[in-house]
Design a protein around this ligand. Structure first.
Ligand code: NAD
Length: 385
């Protein structure tokens, strides 16, 4: 029997090359009077911001720009963003950037009307309906945050990444334009691309998944695995960028209706302790968690391998080849190992403790405890030295 489930999709998706130009219409539909563009300093250095502000100027729309968002967005970034929005009587948010500005915008959209600190809302369904309306415009193909119900924020007092999760923080509209990713440098293309692949794999295999999330996740694997190399090797290859953007969007849809699992539990622990790029952390850990999960995931991992164009004589053999393919893919696209994070081996115990406390720990398809997490960190470290 297929269990009972809800499939809620509160976000309108406007997809396609050149779709950025639809922003004015979408803002008018939301009756936006005072807009805040939320972004980061990296985006400000590209020519992308000028394209966006030109559009708003042409439409005669009033806006301010808030660019004080750091990678792995910090609680104080979100709280400052909400304060500036309140002080300026902003009524609509446009998040423009990768997962960091999009997640910070989602968090600030809660605080403007509902008050308090962002960590008060940690966990599932703690927020009310009255969030500032948000349009997300992703500029990386990775997080899928443009359509997810989550915002991942770093608690800087406890060095811990936590998630705020509710359909109410989802964007009203996601404008998903692959042209905006043409300027992403190769290493960020690689790490964000593996983040998207991890969402697709975990969304498909998490133990709380359902058939729609499975189908979207599996199809995302096909898009991402067949185009990531092209996007990394030639950033101007719009065909590969387009497929990566679609894969990322589908990965986000999949895990948002299912969950992420142990790769993310470990990656978020690493990311908060070392302030390391999220996608890089996922790429380091993905093959090790898959190896651990294999006894409980043979059939699904074989299907993932087949979606990547790999086959073998049995599900087990096909799945093993798929894991090996992913391990080699990360190296081929230039992603370094765990030693690149200048990691301290004494931290493995704490990292394991943080991983087991992560809200998605229970969604891993194979039961996992603190000692196993510690052993997986050690294995990844020893292998990659
Ligand atoms: P990011 O947003 O931190 O951006 C990484 C870097 O890329 C930044 O320096 C940025 O300026 C630069 N950049 C972005 N777009 C660019 C472009 N088009 N051209 C040139 N440079 C560009 O990275 P990310 O991987 O997109 O987001 C990571 C964050 O998202 C993490 O905090 C992670 O935990 C979170 N996340 C959230 C969800 C969710 O559903 N909410 C899902 C996965 C990850």
């Amino acid at each position: 029997m297929i269990g009972n489930f809800d499939f809620v999709l509160p976000t309108k998706i406007k997809y396609g090359a050149g779709s950025l130009k639809l922003l004015g219409d979408e803002l008018k539909e939301l009756d936006a009077r005072k807009i805040m563009i939320i972004t980061d300093k990296g985006i400000m250095k590209t020519g992308l911001m000028g394209r966006l502000t030109d559009l708003l100027n042409d439409e005669g729309l009033e806006y301010i720009v808030f660019d004080d968002i750091e990678p792995n967005p910090k609680d104080y970034n979100v709280e400052k963003c909400a304060k500036v929005a309140r002080d300026n009587k902003v009524d609509t948010f446009v998040a423009f950037g990768g997962g960091s500005p999009m997640d910070a915008a989602k968090g600030a959209a809660v605080l403007v009307n509902q008050g308090g600190r962002i960590k008060d809302y940690q966990g599932k369904d703690k927020i009310g309906e009255n969030c500032i309306p948000l349009i997300t415009i992703p500029t990386t193909a990775g997080t899928g945050s443009e359509v997810t119900f989550s915002s991942v924020i770093t608690d800087t007092e406890n060095n811990f990444k936590f998630t705020v999760k509710s359909p109410y923080i989802a964007a009203k509209t996601a404008i998903v334009d692959p042209e905006l990713t043409l300027s992403v440098p190769p290493l960020i293309t690689a790490s964000t691309g593996i983040d998207a692949l991890t969402h697709a794999i975990e969304g498909y295999t998490a133990n709380c998944t359902e058939p729609i999330a499975e189908a979207i996740g599996l199809y995302a694997v096909e898009y991402i695995s067949s185009s990531i190399l092209g996007a990394v090797e030639n950033g101007n290859d719009l065909h590969s960028r387009d497929r990566m953007m679609m894969g990322s969007l589908m990965g986000g849809l999949s895990f948002s209706h299912s969950d992420v699992a142990s790769v993310h539990c470990m990656a978020e622990a690493l990311g908060s302790m070392y302030d390391a790029p999220h996608g890089l952390c996922n790429s380091i850990l993905l093959p090790y968690v898959m190896e651990y999960n294999l006894p409980d995931c043979e059939f699904k991992y074989a299907r993932i391998a087949r979606a990547m164009g790999i086959d073998g004589n049995s599900d087990r053999e096909t799945a093993e080849k798929g894991i090996e393919f992913i391990r080699k893919l990360s190296k081929k696209i230039g992603l370094p190992g765990l030693s690149s994070l200048q990691i301290n081996k004494d931290d493995f115990e704490t990292l394991a403790e943080m991983s087991v406390k992560n809200g998605s720990n229970g969604s891993n398809p194979r039961a996992i405890d603190k000692n196993t997490y510690r052993d997986l960190f050690i294995k990844a470290y020893e292998d990659m030295r």
